[in-house]
Design a protein around this ligand. Structure first.
Ligand code: C2E
Ligand code: MG
Ligand code: MG
Ligand code: MG
Length: 291
């Protein structure tokens, strides 16, 4: 077939081939521009004390709306930014945004920021973080940094040192997506994380699958024995919440108490709860604040 088309054959195959390569290259170019123009925003998802139902803080989640392609998932653009060497700059600017937002919330509400591998191992990471805390005047105790076990794939002699510097600064280091990978248990021995975030996949299956339920119970028991907090991710209904609470889970996060929301809506929610003076959350207050 290609031969029959003779000299034109590349015109037949080239376009789709070029489209893939081009679109990736274009996306990285757009990403670079967006980083330069600080076009990324954060949304904030409430984290709730599982025993008291009180709001304790928010996880900051990055968002990017491409002018033509629309919203791009953070899983995708974070990976691209890492590959393009843009993650230190992007991460620093997001960290700054998060600190500026959180410093306006009443004590002791905290913000939790995801940190990727490239960012953590950048030679200026700790200095940039210190700077950020000083300039925004956010007390380090109100900042938490979430890392996944992927940081251990590139672990070297400096890994422990970086994590320790964070802890020395008074910033909590949280192990995200616990159980999703292969050897999370070993990492708990390597470093004293302040908190474990139980991956949403276990939570999702815990009501239908006894094995997942057993794993959830064990991780919670493990956290209790280690003396660290444990947050369940992906809590979407009251049934999940109550089960996790009864198992002794420390915190929950999920659509039940609120989706990731714009900064203004998060502040609005905080204001409403401050007026109530108890900080006890229900889905209604979230709905009110975000409408
Ligand atoms: P993550 O840190 O594990 O964040 C939790 C993800 O679960 C978020 O997805 C959140 O929107 C989603 N989620 C929360 N509650 C529920 C629920 O009840 N049900 C369901 N189905 N999903 C829920 P999102 O925002 O798409 O972020 C995906 C991942 O991208 C994050 O996973 C994190 O690894 C990464 N990410 C997001 N923002 C940043 C960032 O600023 N820096 C870095 N390095 N990574 C980020
Ligand atoms: Mg996270
Ligand atoms: Mg997670
Ligand atoms: Mg994740």
């Amino acid at each position: 077939e290609a031969k029959r088309l003779g000299g034109n054959r590349f015109r037949v195959f080239e376009p789709s081939y070029r489209t893939v390569a081009d679109s990736r290259r274009d996306l990285i170019r757009d990403l670079r521009e967006a980083v330069r123009d600080q076009y990324f925003t954060l949304q904030y998802q409430p984290v709730v004390n599982a025993q008291t139902r009180q709001l304790v803080g928010f996880e900051a989640l990055a968002r990017w709306t491409h002018p033509v392609l629309g919203p791009i998932s953070p899983d995708r653009f974070i990976r691209l930014a890492e590959e393009a060497g843009l993650m230190h700059e992007l991460g620093s600017s997001l960290l700054r945004q998060a600190c500026l937002t959180a410093v306006r919330w009443p004590e002791p509400l905290w913000v939790s920021v995801n940190i990727s591998v490239e960012q953590l191992y950048h030679r200026n990471f700790i200095a940039t973080l210190k700077n950020n805390l000083e300039q925004t005047m956010l007390p380090p105790s109100r900042l938490q940094l979430e890392v996944t076990e992927t940081i251990f794939m590139e672990a070297d002699a400096t890994t422990y040192g970086v994590l320790q510097s964070l802890q020395a600064l008074g910033v909590d280091v949280v192990l995200d997506d616990f159980g999703k990978g292969y050897s999370s248990l070993g990492y708990l021995r390597f470093f004293p994380f302040s908190k474990i975030k139980l991956d949403a996949s276990f939570v999702r299956d815990m009501l239908s699958d006894p094995r997942s339920a057993a794993i959830v119970s064990s991780v919670i028991a493990l956290a209790v024995d280690l003396g660290v907090a444990v947050t369940a991710e992906g809590v979407e209904t009251t049934e999940y919440f109550e089960r996790l609470r009864d198992k002794g889970c420390t915190e929950t996060q999920g659509y039940l108490f609120g989706r990731p929301m714009k900064q203004q809506n998060a502040s609005c929610l905080v204001e409403m709860l401050t007026r109530k003076e108890s900080f006890i959350m229900d889905s209604a207050s979230t709905a009110l604040a975000t409408n």
